[in-house]
Design a protein around this ligand. Sequence first.
Ligand code: SAM
Length: 313
Amino acid sequence: MRKQDVAEKRVKQAGLAICMEEIHMADLGIPQNTIGVLQKYQFHFQKKFGQNFLIAPHILEKIVDAAQITTEDCVLEIGPGIGTMTQYLAESAREVVAVEIDRALIPILQDTLSAYDNVTIINEDILKVDVQQIVEKRNQGRPIKVVANLPYYITTPIIMSLLESHVPLQSITIMVQKEVAERMQVGPGTKDYGALSLAVQYYARPEIVAHVPANCFMPRPNVDSTVIRLTRYERPPVEVADEKHMFALIRASFNQRRKTLANGLANGMGLSREQVSAALEEMGLPVTIRGEALTLRQFAQLSNLLKGQKLYS
Ligand code: SAM
């Protein structure tokens, strides 16, 4: 819905005559307005749901800009809270589907988003939602964009289920804990490198958008936050015969981080040390190498070799 249309609707509802040009509808990011809504509904924050609401209009604008939302887009928002970012998204996108787990927030969302006719609120745990069905019903199967200030207690499961499920997605623009954003970006040889880095980099191109201090939230989290955009690849950057096997290999390697790859995979994947050593030798790698030293391409090669594929590259 256009900003002007929303403004007109609100003005009609309120019986006011104000200059339309002066109205900025997405107004919840202003701290006083958030406090007003919380007080009106006597809302109590639930720590177990990772509730830290954004109170920084410049950050909200940055997130929506980074997500490159257009009036063609269908956006999935995870955890709308009181609807702060949802308002911004509704003004830029064709349609927004917002999935919120906390039942207490639903009447608040119905109120704060009442002026928008392009928002659907679903009261559900995002991990139980059939995102594929949303894509088909709301966007005729075309790729959607995901935007969220994520609840930090389930950041990794949410990202992994979105990526691994292969639902049509253009991009995922999310606020996460700073350390998690760093883990998504790094390569081999760093302490943060692990299964999440490899999974994200197999499916998408990660780019840090902004670092966000704790005072941009209510209540303030105990950690620093970062906005990161993951742009989904049309085709992964490496070729692998069996994706599931490669990721099982990656998980087994990092579960036994301190062991050599040959020992770790012998334990974790039921392979013989000889099999792994032979594959490593064929790749020109020392048999004493640890998993944390392998690039995504090398994990793909190793998986292909262990699945009986020839090494071409
Ligand atoms: N988007 C709002 C904002 O930026 O102000 C709120 C963000 S807050 C960090 C995370 C939101 O996710 C909360 O509203 C919380 O209730 C919701 N949430 C937590 N776990 C969820 C889940 N499993 N599925 C859907 N929403 C969830």
